[in-house]
Design a protein around this ligand. Structure first.
Ligand code: TXA
Ligand code: MG
Length: 310
């Protein structure tokens, strides 16, 4: 565990330069970072997470200007970056020739996912390292994303070089991913609500269809799964179930937000799922969550967790 002070970040940056794997906090969830130009380091990320190689990674950069040197920029990208960067929005754009980014990062696709995070520790680390950092969420593939350092340690201890301690993540669900290669398309709902993106663009965005060719593979069915089975939109709990509530419901073991606040619910989502997973002997039942704003990202993650396991 590294501290997020000057000496901790210097050590983290040295580890990245040497091809190491370093987990660090972002405003959404903890990421597992490596030098995006180093093939071997990127290969180690896939190994450490047991992640399928066809699932590409997001590259984290310290500014819009840096991002522009890795991808071919568009007017829509400009508008969105001005509105939401730094922050929990990932843009998928055509990768620039000679970008230097490992082909393992893009899984050989012609596009690259770029994101400029807002978390001060992430920003400080990116600036100190001075290069592109490929970083998936710092969990074993198919498990719940980590929103604090102990979550990272419980999944990846002994498989990575260091964790920068940075407390709990404020947003709590992963970034929104928007494809901009063709018409703006929502590939994954996340920390920036669809409504806000549409307002910034001045037009509705297309929604990703499950059968579409390239996708944000976060859509694999067992993604975000706790070990216990999960049931959504529950108003009547069944015997043996424990309830993850939302709003002023009775009988909840944990509540995402008693006040019915979607931001608070997103921040609590993975934390509470981690905890209920250790308590549950039966099914985790979850109260209905309104499907707007951050509620879309929450329902998306719950729906994946509720899918039958392979
Ligand atoms: O908030 C986040 O985005 C966090 C933090 C650490 O930044 N990262 C994260 O990474 O959630 P990961 O790897 O768990 O999810 C990234 C998603 C995957 O579903 C991947 O398939 C998709 O981004 N992705 C990456 N590159 C892509 C591309 N070129 N085209 C389409 N989808 C892409
Ligand atoms: Mg992930």
């Amino acid at each position: 565990m590294l501290s997020s002070d000057e000496s901790g970040l210097t050590r983290a940056s040295e580890l990245l330069s040497g091809g190491g794997l370093v987990a660090f906090p972002t405003e959404t969830v903890y990421g597992l970072g490596c030098d995006a130009r180093n093939d071997l380091a990127v290969a180690h990320i896939f190994e450490a997470k047991r992640r399928p190689h066809f699932n590409p990674l997001i590259v984290h950069l310290d500014s819009k200007e840096t991002a522009q040197s890795y991808v071919n920029w568009t007017d829509a990208a400009e508008r969105l970056a001005e509105a939401f960067w730094p922050g929990p929005l990932t843009l998928v754009l055509p990768v620039r020739e000679g970008s230097g980014v490992s082909s393992l990062v893009t899984a050989n696709l012609p596009t690259l996912a770029v994101r400029v995070p807002k978390h001060p520790i992430a920003v400080a680390l990116l600036q100190k390292f001075g290069g592109p950092v490929a970083a998936p969420s710092a969990n074993l593939s198919g498990k719940i994303s980590p929103t604090n350092a102990p979550h990272v340690a419980s999944g990846l201890k002994g498989r990575i070089d260091a964790i920068v301690e940075g407390g709990a993540c404020g947003v709590g669900v992963e970034s929104t991913i928007l494809g901009l290669k063709n018409v703006p398309t929502l590939l994954r709902p996340g920390g920036i609500p669809q409504e806000a993106i549409e307002a910034a663009l001045g037009e509705p965005i297309a929604l990703h269809q499950p059968g579409d060719a390239l996708t944000a593979p976060g859509q694999m069915s067992s993604h975000y799964a706790p070990s216990a089975p999960l049931r959504q939109n529950v108003t009547d709990i069944r015997p043996g179930e424990i309830l993850l509530g939302f709003g002023p419901v009775l009988g909840a073991t944990l509540n995402l937000s008693e006040a019915g606040d979607l931001g608070e619910a997103a921040a609590n989502l993975f934390l509470h799922l981690h905890e209920l997973d250790t308590l549950a002997t039966g099914t985790i039942a979850v109260s209905p969550i309104p499907n707007h704003g951050l509620g879309r990202a929450i329902n998306d993650r719950l729906a994946r967790a509720a899918k039958p396991r392979p």
